[in-house]
Design a protein around this ligand. Sequence first.
Ligand code: I6G
Length: 676
Amino acid sequence: MAIPADVRARATWLRERLSWHGYRYYVLDDPEIPDAEYDRLFRELQELETAHPELIAPDSPTQRVGGKPLEAFMPVRHRIPMRSIRTETDTGPGGAWAFDAQVRREVGLSEDTVPVEYACELKFDGLAVSLRYEGGVLVQAATRGDGETGEDVTQNVRTIQVVPLRLQGAVPEVLEVRGEVYMSRPDFERYNARQRAAGLPTLVNPRNGAAGSIRQLDPNLAAKRPLSFFAYGLGEVQGWELPATQSALLDALMAWGLPVCGERTVARGADELMAFHRAIAGKRDALPFDIDGVVYKVNRLDWQQQLGFRTREPRWAVAHKFPAQEELTLVEAIEVQVGRTGAITPVARLRPVFVGGVTVTNATLHNADEVARKDVRVGDTVIVRRAGDVIPEVAGVVLERRSLDARPFAMPETCPVCGSRVVRLEGEVVARCIGGLYCRAQRQEAIRHFASRRALDIEGLGDKLVEQLVERDLVRNPADLYGLDVATLAGLERMGAKSAAKLVEALERSKTTTLARFLYALGIREVGEATALTLASHFGTLEALMTAEEERLQQAPDIGPVVAAAIRAFFQEPHNQQVIARLRAAGVRWPETEVKQAVEQPLAGKTIVLTGTLESLTRDQASDRLRALGAKVSGSVSKKTDYVVAGREAGSKLDKARELGVTVLDEAELLALLEA
Ligand code: I6G
């Protein structure tokens, strides 16, 4: 039966709109319509295609996942070989100078002529692929393989949302786009957290995540591991005249709707190459994906052609490395730490190793299941990974290096600190010491948490001091802190009269706080910073919260039965009630005006990012005050950010704000906003 013309037209319109909105959402991170509207259009197209299967086109957004599992990947011969790029391992300026000198020599430039122009890009830590578009439609995706022949991974690459199934605008007849498939760090962390919770194997690093997913024979499984893609070059092209430069080529790729990384620039001469290297090294931890260096390419394509190739590598490009984010080291011991809630966490004590810019000596192993799953043993050689702001991790064990006397870990049956029993409740992955506040480690952690920067922020009350205070039984709970005097403190190790006096002042200062910080500081199970904020603004007063029944607690946003039960149990405990009463009697207080309904909050709905150093208040203080006025304070800049507040030495976040056209405020403007 012929498909009515209006149905066909509607399907075409829906496909185009969905492709456009997918591009806005995934590539530009700047959606034009709400998710619910996108979902509605998507469902409408799915329904039309189900009713009229003839309407289904390979570039339909409904067709990203759906292929059958493959028996094997078919070989794909690259019409133009996929080269790898030479790596410069000298991570200092020598790397940039050597490359510039080689290029100048080979293009025949003398010392005193103008500097060579380079396109500077990032060296993504992923998997190289080639995407072939014919008539603007994605027809094939292949891995690099040996450079001459790769594997056909079209089904899996189609599941990557940022890869357009159809290019936008006037496109060449044939366009092969070369680039890198990668897994973002947040996606990697989320994936591993889910796997850990389900007791399943974790990924060693995002690169393995990307490679494993691309080489997955079942595209439905591949789609479950979210991947991304950046385009950086071309293979075969028909029906398009190349522009004059690499940077213009990248602009053209972007105009066709392909994702090109925004962290790129054009540099002139070796010093500017090095400046790019330094700038990116400084931002590396803040990027949402792993890179292992930067790439310099001679910008003029005619010079690239003239320079040609040295065996397999282009002479016109080089990857200038950064220090590694993964290294090998030895597990010298596996010990356990007792946390604030009694959770017993195995920790690997490592032979010191420099990785990701710091010397790492410890890495958490999370819990006994994780140790068993990774099969980490004392004496093993392990891969340590430290990337981004994430704490160092044992990513995996090098089994070939295992010696016969490597010793497996066993969870202790009693707490190494207080000797109480260690139990693991059904359904929990964590083993806990049942000692409660009898356990010195738990007391210590509770005090440390209470004094921490984001809680009552007691300056000068460091870990060693807390340890002494608890060990000497001077402090058993947070309220005892406010009974300390200069004479007692001055008698402690490494404390003079001056630092003792300073600490007493800091204790005094800490008494003026916010209800949200106070709630967070109490260390109630399940109540982190965000929940504390919700509770403070929902209940308004501590008394209202302390007397609320579970049902009433669950009326607050995002408070479910588990959290409600934990809060209720905490406040019903007489010991906790006493500590709270003593804290209040000692003078711990917060402004009653802190709590306002959303309508009265002048910054409700605004997202604000703070960057750089502020002169008149700390970033935490600024965040508190902004939140109290209803703003959401975020750590990263996107198109959805309303303001970026830039203090002294603001870095990449300020650059990103300017790039995205987000309003930037200086400190004076921030203060005006807070006062208003
Ligand atoms: O492996 C690579 C990573 C990044 C590249 C590359 C790149 O540009 C940003 N560019 C080329 C030309 C090649 N490999 C061969």
